[in-house]
Design a protein around this ligand. Sequence first.
Ligand SMILES: O=C1C=C2C[C@@H](C(=O)O)NC2=CC1=O
Length: 337
Amino acid sequence: MDPSKQKKPSLPRLVTKASADRQSTISLPTLAPKIPTEINLQQRPKSEREAIAPFLFPEDTDDENLAPINKYSLEFKIRKSVEEESPTATKKKTMYYEDAFAIRGSHNSPKERVAQESVVIAELITNHKAREENSRLISDLVSRLAQIYQRSESALQVVVQQDISIIFGNASHPSYLLKIYALPSAIGPVTNIRNTGLIQTALQELLGIPPDQGIVLFLPVPEENLATNGSTAQGAISRLERTETDSPGLIKSISRGMSRRLKSSSGNSGPFSLPSALVSPASATPTNLVQSPIAETAPVEDERRGRTLKKRESLRTIIHRHMRPKKESEIKEDVKE
Ligand SMILES: O=C1C=C2C[C@@H](C(=O)O)NC2=CC1=O
């Protein structure tokens, strides 16, 4: 039989459990532990597939336009390889996901560095009137979302509208709509499944509204369309790229300095911030400076904690060292590296 005429498997439908009489193919809360096998990776753009599961695409071809039959057979192979994997392979993948969700170091590209501390906006609309004060609800939500999105609270904007008419599933039970706007790098199929569980649990605790009465929308905003502090995220990336092109050694030194600081500082595991000097002077808020291992004011914060910083280089020292002509011994050291 001609394989192209075979009946194609139907795609999984994502249906919320709002109405009991509607058939639910996948219910959101039960998805979380099965993330890698439930996602049809072939339907994602290539860049996203590689970001989610590079190990599944060792020789990935540009198959965005493959005929459907090939897509399904490829998907079958992927599922099979996932099912047959050894415990060691599973462990490696678990580590990969843990790593993918973690904040990475300063050696990342400007785009990644801007992404790591870009703003996340949450717009909550609910028909519920919270017992606690609105300001308390907002601040609790900010801190939960900051943890979930691994940002400092200063990168979070939360807008709450309570007491709004909402009908969901033909009833006006307590309900909410939460829209999350962020750069595309903070939004993706695997991240969203993880974050749906965390966000809906938080909202159940804060508002008392169960997950099946709430809707979460994840809305990626391209770099050129997200702006704060007089600049788009794209603008911030371009500025960093220019700085790197103009002075690549400077960035290398800052990276090294930062690694040294990270190694020598214990307990400060918060997300890092872009150095204010490299992004924009006004973007250096007190919160992100406290958490920035490379920002110029980090030593001041360290001093407040009574630490001696004699062995550490400040950003200014690093810049000065790069601006002056190199000594012979330094040139030799560079060559060795
Ligand atoms: O997330 C964003 C972060 C920044 C930093 C700021 C700047 O240039 O200082 N511009 C940004 C835009 C963003 O969308």
